[in-house]
Write a protein that binds this ligand. Structure first.
Ligand code: HEM
Length: 259
């Protein structure tokens, strides 16, 4: 081993490196279930988007939407749990740890950016001030995607939680609503169906455009995490697996501690 490597090894073992509890198990499970669900939703969503081009039949379309909706349920329940956990979880999971704003936030963000540019990056146990904006935005966009998706699950394939209302609305007279099958116009009342499709329109529009916004913010989030880890250290990526951050100086948000 070279002298330099030996020296580095000693520095890693020295007292100025310390392990801090950053993310609790609930936050970590949420994060990785969310990553997998979003990958699945994006993949199936892109196929739905290009269904005509790919020559997908009506049956194929129902299947694609059904798969998308089942992954969507996992995504929505996981997201709901994270929002609840933001109220009842520990300091690293709490609203206060990621909502931008509050006393001194703007000054702290300015200092953070100035120090970052000057090559004196600050280390944080939780999110740095810019990370807070990203996390809040991501949660907001995902809530919008989940709510519009749940409405579309009802209007498109009559799935819960709103599918029951939709079938009551569009069933032709004499057809029991619970026997309605997607993509079968003969079973629908034409006027009610048209009204339901008009009601649906803003939801699909938001679901469609928000998909692109969400993808953009996700890409920015991933790039920011990589740049931050390279510039500041703190093993951000592995911390989301282990829950622990290894920091070379006391974190700027040292008042917060998860254990
Ligand atoms: C990160 C979350 C999500 C992403 C990225 C996503 C993405 C997409 C995309 C790209 C489409 C095609 C849009 C179009 O055809 O114009 C779509 C359609 C759809 N999504 Fe999602 N989605 C998400 C969450 C959900 C959830 C939670 C549900 C319901 C549980 C859901 C239900 C639907 C349904 C039913 C459609 C078919 C709408 C249609 O094209 O007729 N989605 N989604």
């Amino acid at each position: 081993m070279t002298a330099e490597k030996t020296q580095r090894g000693q520095r890693i073992g020295s007292a100025d490196l310390a392990v801090y509890g950053a993310w609790d198990a609930s936050v970590r499970w949420f994060h990785w279930i969310n990553v997998l669900a979003v990958i699945g939703l994006v993949a199936v969503g892109v196929v739905i988007l290009n269904a005509k081009l790919l020559g997908v039949t009506d049956d194929g379309m129902v299947l694609l939407k059904t798969v998308h909706v089942w992954i969507g349920y996992v995504f929505a329940v996981n997201l709901l749990w994270r929002l609840v956990w933001a109220f009842i979880g520990g300091p690293g999971a709490h609203w206060r740890s990621f909502l931008p704003g509050g006393r001194g936030y703007v000054a702290e963000a300015r200092t953070y950016i100035a120090d970052f540019i000057a090559g004196r990056p600050r280390q944080y146990l939780g999110h740095n001030p810019l990370g807070r904006i990203a996390v809040t935005l991501l949660l907001l966009l995902m809530v919008i995607q989940a709510v519009t998706g749940l409405v579309l699950a009802g209007t498109d394939i009559f799935y819960p939680p709103f599918g029951g209302f939709i079938t009551e609305w569009v069933a032709a007279s004499g057809v029991p609503p619970d026997t309605l099958v997607p993509y079968t116009p003969a079973l629908y009342d034409e006027a009610a169906w048209d009204a339901m499709r008009s009601f649906r329109k803003p939801f699909i529009t938001v679901h469609y455009y928000n998909f692109y916004v969400l993808i953009t913010v996700i890409i920015i989030h991933i790039l920011a995490v990589v740049v931050t880890e390279v510039r500041e250290g703190g093993n951000l990526v592995s911390a989301m697996f282990t829950g622990k951050k290894l920091l070379s100086k006391p974190p700027s948000d040292s008042a917060r501690s998860d254990g």
